[in-house]
Design a protein around this ligand. Structure first.
Ligand code: WQD
Length: 348
């Protein structure tokens, strides 16, 4: 029996490259599609080197319906994992139309094309940003989604609703089973780290928005010092708390989710799972943890809070563990070491 084939969109990005590796190592055939607007083909080379497979890369804008149709005519997909989206929170405030057009438009195009070709299974890359600042912590999948504090966050909420409604519509019609649609939304908390080989990792363009790449670039001397955005939060050390999830653990969550659908193990045709560790870590704990794990110094200064930042967000991981059958396994020290190895090889 031939391997199942999975389309991963946005495939030259950080999370997709790691997910592609995990899918291939789990025995899937993978096709990577990306327009390279926010990533580099270097990640595809990394996937090929790590897996020893010549994984097909297709330069496709998922917002281009004709191009997607042509792609679906050339491959027989058993499922898709949709990552293609812009993800800079600040930029989305300045360029909302660009974010709604790309993030929502590309998902609509993908779902319409999947329906046209009878491809039933899709995993959607969502984010804990849909919770905003939860009133009760840890956040469960039933925690209310707060009004998004950026167009980026709004696109994640909108795409979750699109998937929920499409699944409901295309299964209740009583049509033949093969025309149904099934979906899983994975709400990532804060993805960090890199593949142990250091052949793929996070490659921010310009000044990093996210904490870990800023830390690694500071340790590498690329940045003079890290600005810690606020130490006056109501947290143990005053700095904000997040749930930092190792990218390799996150990648495996996608393998588990797609396998759940392909093996008919879903309880409902649309499901949502938090993908986190369940352990809150503060900014300063991460800085000092990075220094200890790697024997380096990270100069920093405390500055004002960043507008829009939540004080504390971390996951209730019960549903992912008991229902999805997935949990994070890597230690924070392992993850922080992988981030540093990746940064160091970038300088070569
Ligand atoms: C983490 C903590 C900052 C940089 C965002 C998106 C989320 C996902 C991950 C895409 C916060 C502090 C940061 C710095 C700092 N993106 N920080 N100095 O904001 O939790 O989540 O990125 O999927 O959807 O919302 O991540 O890494 O930017 O910040 O003090 O130079 O580090 O204030 O407390 P965030 P982050």
């Amino acid at each position: 029996m031939s391997n199942k084939t999975i389309l991963v969109t946005g495939g030259a990005g950080y999370i997709v490259s790691h997910t592609s590796v995990a899918l291939i190592e789990a025995g899937y055939d993978v096709v990577i599609a990306d327009d390279l607007s926010n990533s580099s083909a270097g990640a595809v080379d990394g996937v090929r080197r790590i897996t020893g497979t010549d994984v097909p890369f297709e330069r496709v804008d998922c917002n281009d319906r004709a191009a997607l149709r042509e792609l679906f005519e050339r491959y027989r997909f058993d499922g898709a994992i949709h990552f293609a989206a812009f993800k800079a929170v600040g930029e989305s405030v300045d360029e909302p139309l660009k974010y709604y057009d790309n993030n929502v438009g590309s998902f609509l195009s993908l779902l319409e094309t999947m329906r046209l070709f009878g491809v039933r299974n899709v995993v959607f890359s969502s984010s804990a940003t849909v919770y905003g600042q939860p009133d009760v912590l840890p956040a469960t999948e039933a925690s209310p989604r707060k009004p998004a504090n950026s167009p980026y966050g709004a696109t994640k909420q909108i795409c979750e609703d699109i998937l929920r409604d499409a699944v409901a519509a295309y299964n209740s019609a009583g049509g033949p089973e093969e025309e149904g649609l099934r979906g899983i939304a994975l709400r990532y908390f804060n993805p960090i780290g890199a593949h142990p080989s250091a052949l793929i990792g996070e490659l921010p363009r310009g000044v990093p928005n996210n904490l870990i790449p800023y830390i690694t670039q500071t340790a590498a001397g690329i940045r003079a010092e890290l600005s810690v955005f606020g130490d006056d939060y109501h947290t143990p050390d005053g700095t904000a708390l997040r749930d930092y999830i190792d990218i390799n653990d996150l990648a495996l969550a996608h393998v588990t989710a797609i396998g759940r659908m392909l093996n008919d193990r879903q309880r409902q045709n649309y499901e949502v799972f938090n993908i986190g560790t369940g352990v809150p870590v503060s900014v300063l704990e991460l800085v000092h943890g990075f220094e200890r794990a790697n024997g380096v110094k990270v100069p920093y200064k405390i500055v004002a809070r960043r507008p829009g930042d939540a004080e504390a967000v971390w996951a209730d991981t019960t549903l992912a563990a008991t229902e999805l059958g997935w949990r994070a396994t890597r230690t924070l020290e392992q993850t922080l070491r992988s981030s540093w190895r990746w940064e160091q090889q970038l300088k070569k």
